[in-house]
Design a protein around this ligand. Structure first.
Ligand SMILES: C[S@@+](CC[C@H](N)C(=O)[O-])C[C@H]1O[C@@H](n2cnc3c(N)ncnc32)[C@H](O)[C@@H]1O
Length: 498
């Protein structure tokens, strides 16, 4: 196990600490007490004492005894005290509480490592209550509970710092956002929330979006933060914030497009594609006109359960001609699969031959389900046309997906789609989704530096009816809805806009 990785141990270059301190001085003025938690070699304390002089109180806290000794040896003359301590067993309320008039600054750089990396490393360098962000079971299962340990450190520090204090720490921009989203609810006196972007590649040789995260305690919390392009109070690049409990990336853009939020678009429900967690068994390419699975085996099965498949890489590259096929064993997740044995015996034999793989799929969602079950299927999967987008790419590229050899094309579970009956319907929806209005709507709500900025939640938020109304295409859309409902044999679920 790499100790460096376990402890997120990337010491801040002195040159960077030297740029941060004057900026903090500009934002906050001179503090009385400077504290560096997870201080490492104490580069921020050194830069602080060089800048503000030795009359202030300086304290560093660090888990690694050898760093503490080195820092003491190098920096004790500057009046800096170092303590060996584990962040997660430190009483930060006590450490940070000083005389009432003292202005406390917490400065530094917490470890950049996620709880799942630590789980993988078998490390216990974690907060005691790792699930304190209120994530439920399914989020935990799908990895939404993955968080940077810096996230819980920053929350604890800001919550513990007394009124009149400030926190200035380097972290991933994603971490800063999550921390602020939490703090805007938990703290009443949070002001001046700001992110100053840094070039983490050149400073730390890591390819992540990172920043200096700055907040002050004082005044009344406003749930918005200003993002600056570099370490200076210069023209901001954006202001993000929390609106109705959700994070939005651009408050002005959000306000401009607020009226486009979906309220009653029950006819257009974004779906995720097919999920099977066994691509080597369930997906096929064609070689010499035969099917070949992911084990490079030639496969002879009936056509009945086979469907053309587009993956994220296809949609991301605008490809609509399926190069793969996928076995779709159910029409809906609860369906009994044993009937395959009668209707398509070769397919059933093939599934049985690979039962070892299918029965041991890791995700617990397959437990207590019919054998060879899949997810992300329903009547909507079998509509002949789709308008789809990849959730893995960071571009809003909507693709009209046609049927292939008279079969509906499936998309995989990294893609999202709206089912359509006709090309005309798909083209109309594509026009709406790619309009400037829709683009503005999405861009003010997504964070392009997130790992997966395009989510089903954000897609579901746009009202196609409102967009159609603004673009003068409401009659076309209403007609599509009527035809769609007729073809689906459904009642029209909503009153059409008039
Ligand atoms: C990203 S480095 C930053 C060090 C220093 N603040 C700087 O900016 O140069 C993170 C530091 O956190 C320390 N650390 C990791 N887990 C810790 C814990 N649970 N308690 C205290 N320090 C910890 C590591 O040993 C490492 O020195």
């Amino acid at each position: 196990m790499s100790r460096k990785k376990e402890f997120g141990d990337f010491q801040t270059p002195e040159s960077l600490a030297k740029k941060v301190v004057p900026l903090v001085n500009e934002l906050f003025g001179q503090p009385d007490v400077v504290i560096e938690p997870t201080a490492g070699l104490g580069n921020f304390l050194k830069a602080s004492s060089d800048f503000w002089g030795e009359s202030l109180e300086y304290e560093g806290y660090e888990i690694n005894q050898s760093y503490v000794e080195l820092a003491r040896a190098n920096l004790s003359d500057n009046g800096i005290q170092f303590f060996q301590t584990d962040f997660f067993s430190t009483d930060w309320n006590r450490v940070l509480s000083r005389r009432q008039e003292d202005r406390v600054l917490v400065i530094g750089n917490p470890p950049w490592v996620t709880n799942s990396d630590l789980g993988f490393l078998g490390s216990r360098n974690l907060p005691e209550k790792s699930n304190d962000r209120g994530l439920n079971g399914i989020d935990a299962k799908t990895g939404k509970s993955n968080f940077d340990i810096a996230e819980s450190m920053l929350i604890q520090l800001v919550e513990s710092i007394p009124h009149g204090g400030a926190v200035a720490m380097l972290c991933k921009t994603m971490t800063a956002r999550k921390v602020l989203h939490h703090l805007w609810n938990s703290c009443e006196d949070l002001t001046n929330s700001s992110l100053f972007l840094i070039d983490a590649k050149s400073e730390f040789d890591v390819a992540v979006d990172a920043c200096l995260f700055f907040v002050e305690k004082g005044g009344t919390t406003k749930p918005m933060a200003t993002v600056y392009p570099y370490l200076a109070v210069d023209s901001p690049v954006s202001t993000f914030g929390s609106m109705g409990g959700r994070l939005v990336s651009d408050i002005k853009g959000y306000r401009r497009s607020e009226h486009l939020e979906a309220k009653r678009d029950s006819n257009f429900i974004w779906r995720s594609g097919v999920k099977h967690d066994a691509s080597k068994v369930m997906e096929f390419t064609r070689k010499e006109n035969s099917l070949v699975n992911g084990f490079d085996e030639f496969v002879d099965i009936e056509d009945e359960y086979l469907f053309p498949l587009l993956k994220s890489s296809d949609l991301g590259n605008g490809r609509t001609e399926a190069r793969k096929s996928v076995l779709v064993t159910q029409k809906h997740p609860g369906e009994d699969t044993s009937a395959i044995g009668q209707t398509a015996p070769k397919t059933w034999d093939y599934l049985m031959q690979h039962a070892e793989v299918l029965d041991h799929r890791r995700s617990s969602i397959y437990q207590k389900r019919a054998r060879f079950s899949i997810f992300g299927v329903g009547p909507y999967s079998f509509h002949p046309w789709k308008i789809a987008i990849s959730g893995l790419y960071k571009v809003l590229s909507f693709v009209v997906v046609p049927p292939c050899h008279k079969k509906p094309t499936m998309v995989d579970d990294t893609c999202y789609f709206l089912p359509c009956h006709t090309r005309q319907e798909a083209e109309l929806i594509k026009d709406l989704l790619t309009s400037e209005l829709a683009n503005d709507f999405f861009h003010s709500r997504i964070f392009l530096d997130s790992k997966r900025p395009i989510t089903i939640d954000v897609l579901r938020r746009l009202s196609l009816f409102e967009i159609a109304q603004e673009l003068g295409r409401l009659d076309d859309l209403n007609e599509c809805v009527r035809q769609h409902s007729r073809r689906s044999g459904q009642q029209i679920q909503m009153s059409l806009f008039s």
